[in-house]
Design a protein around this ligand. Structure first.
Ligand code: TYD
Length: 141
């Protein structure tokens, strides 16, 4: 069973099945690998390396990101200012992002990101102004 601090970004290590002679398979199983019920999956691809995606936080949505191909650098900021940078460069690594976590992503050419989301899509769940985000009160203090 997975143990992730749901209040902050955190790396999830997936266990690959297979070996180099036959190739690999990686599973994301509810509760064992993903700490919430997944309602929506999307993937992003064809992102030019000079583009920064993301640039938002969510009020309610939990996310796990995986770079299934290529490399993705994810920068995060929590309400209160704690910021971190994560490098996703193997399909065996996921990054958990809690609600109220600002994120930006940079991709290498041909990188493919898959995202496992806890909510249905809703434009109202997005915080797209960094000023508004930084003006929010820390929920734990
Ligand atoms: P966005 O979440 O801003 O992408 P990223 O974080 O990768 O930069 O979404 C980009 C656009 O796609 C935006 O217009 C909303 C739309 N979209 C949907 O319609 N449904 C979805 O499930 C998602 C994730 C995005």
């Amino acid at each position: 069973m997975i143990s992730v601090d749901l209040s902050r970004p955190g790396v999830i290590e997936f266990v690959p099945i297979g070996d180099a002679s036959i190739g690999f398979l990686t599973v994301a199983a509810l509760q064992r690998d993903i700490p919430y019920e997944v309602r929506r999956v999307f993937w992003t691809y064809g992102t030019p390396p000079d583009v920064t995606r993301g640039g938002h936080a969510h009020y309610r949505t939990n996310t796990v990101l995986v770079a299934v191909s290529g490399k993705i650098v994810v920068s995060t900021e929590l309400v209160g200012g704690a910021s971190e940078e994560f490098v996703l460069d193997t399909p065996c690594r996921g990054l958990y992002l809690p609600p109220l976590c600002w994120r930006t992503m940079k991709y290498t050419a041909s990188a493919v990101q898959i995202a496992f989301e806890s909510t249905d899509y809703s434009a109202e769940d997005y915080i797209r102004s960094l000023d508004d985000f930084r003006g929010m009160r820390n929920p734990s203090g």
